[in-house]
Ligand binder design. Structure first.
Ligand code: ZN
Length: 384
């Protein structure tokens, strides 16, 4: 018989794991205090998490004590387990599909176990998935976390719109992954996974907006260490904000979207139009962005981006922005222009500094955090 109701135990488990996500390492006593529970209660839960292979102890010599049912004295440091693999994480990208088997511990680098070119049809993609999945060293994953580049209803696992990979709108991706791995499958919008990767880092000390620039432009707001979820599965679509004076046809079906000014393929097209050259690459755009003055199409695109970002900051009461993706490749002049333009437009700048930071994309880390929050410890602790 359980002394504590199961739901409360799960909530407490999730609280302790969440603390480890934020802190990296912590003692039992620190976890108990931060989780708002007594040391005996926390101790019991930590023993359970240890037996399940979610949490492990760092010994004095930094070696991990494995296979012990109890994780020792209150002063011992604990962390998320670095083995065995528990989750499969996957990126369904427009160009590449990547897969890894990961433990509960967060990966330090963006390393993938296997990857293949994303084919142009569902049937071929499923075939490649089956072939490559066999190379992963995981027997029975607890869950599969998949990042997808489009508008996704995460509750049903249905992709509603994917302008750059249309076949996956008709595909049953959860079924395809389930057929291979026989585990629960969760889809997550790519920019949400990227935003989650900042949990436990300096920028996640408060709420923030992440904007990622690539083949498209996506955003995600993280509130209380969780991606904000709206009432409809169309959140963070900053790239599809129409910009006055722009009448380009966007892949979403609308005209004039921000994406058609600042996403990578459109920057290349803009530069080709400007120079009249046929064989333009993104590297040419980056070189032009390093010159003494930014090309006008680029500075205008950055200003339009800044307006969209500032509107979100002003409405949501945020003062921190994290930028990732190709904005880093465009060089310091473009980044400085965008940051200055955001600060000019954001209301909070009148009172304090609006923090803008450029970060590397860390999809693997974000997907692992999403897996911990949605598969390993799925209790909605934030609501409790
Ligand atoms: Zn659009």
């Amino acid at each position: 018989m359980r002394a504590v109701p199961k739901s409360l135990r799960l909530t407490n488990q999730a609280r302790l794991v969440e603390q480890l996500l934020r802190r990296g390492v912590a003692t039992r006593a620190e976890l108990a205090k931060a989780g708002g529970m007594s040391q005996p209660t926390a101790g019991k839960i930590i023993d359970e998490l240890s037996s399940a292979g979610v949490v492990e102890e760092l010994s004095g010599s930094n070696e991990v004590a494995r296979g012990r049912p109890s994780v020792g004295r209150p002063g011992k440091q604990l962390r998320l387990s670095q083995s065995p693999p528990r989750l499969v994480i996957a990126e369904l990208g427009v160009e590449r599909t990547r897969l890894s088997a990961v433990p509960a511990a967060l990966p330090d680098d963006e390393r993938w176990d296997v990857e293949f070119r994303t084919p142009g049809s569902e049937a071929t993609w499923r075939q490649r998935l089956r072939q490559h999945a066999a190379a992963l060293s995981i027997r029975r994953p607890w869950g599969v976390m998949v990042s997808v580049p489009g508008l996704v209803d995460e509750s049903t696992g249905k992709i509603l719109l994917c302008p750059n990979l249309h076949w996956c709108e008709r595909a049953d991706l959860p079924a395809a992954f389930h057929e291979v791995f026989r585990a629960p499958v969760r889809l997550i919008q790519e920019s949400r996974a990227l935003a989650l990767a900042e949990v436990g880092t300096r920028v996640s000390a408060g709420d923030f907006l992440l904007v990622d620039f690539g083949d498209g432009v996506g955003g995600s707001i993280v509130v209380g260490q969780r991606p904000y979820e709206g009432n409809v599965p169309a959140t963070g679509e900053i790239g599809h904000t129409p910009i006055a004076g722009n009448d380009r046809q966007c892949g979403c079906g609308n005209r004039g979207c921000l994406e058609t000014l600042i996403a990578e393929p459109w920057l290349v097209r803009n530069y080709a139009e400007l120079t009249g050259e046929q064989e333009v690459t993104f590297a040419d755009v980056c070189r032009a962005a390093l010159g003494p003055e930014l090309p006008q199409f680029l500075s205008e695109a950055l200003d339009a981006t800044a307006s969209c970002i500032a509107a979100i900051l002003n409405v949501c009461g945020l003062k921190r922005v994290v930028l990732s993706g190709i904005i880093r490749d465009l060089g310091p002049r473009a980044a400085d222009h965008l940051i200055a333009s955001i600060r000019r437009a954001a209301m909070w700048s009148r009172f304090d500094t609006v923090e803008v930071e450029l970060v590397q994309r860390r999809r693997a880390r974000g997907l692992t955090i999403a897996g911990i929050q949605r598969v390993i410890m799925p209790t909605d602790w934030a609501a409790s």
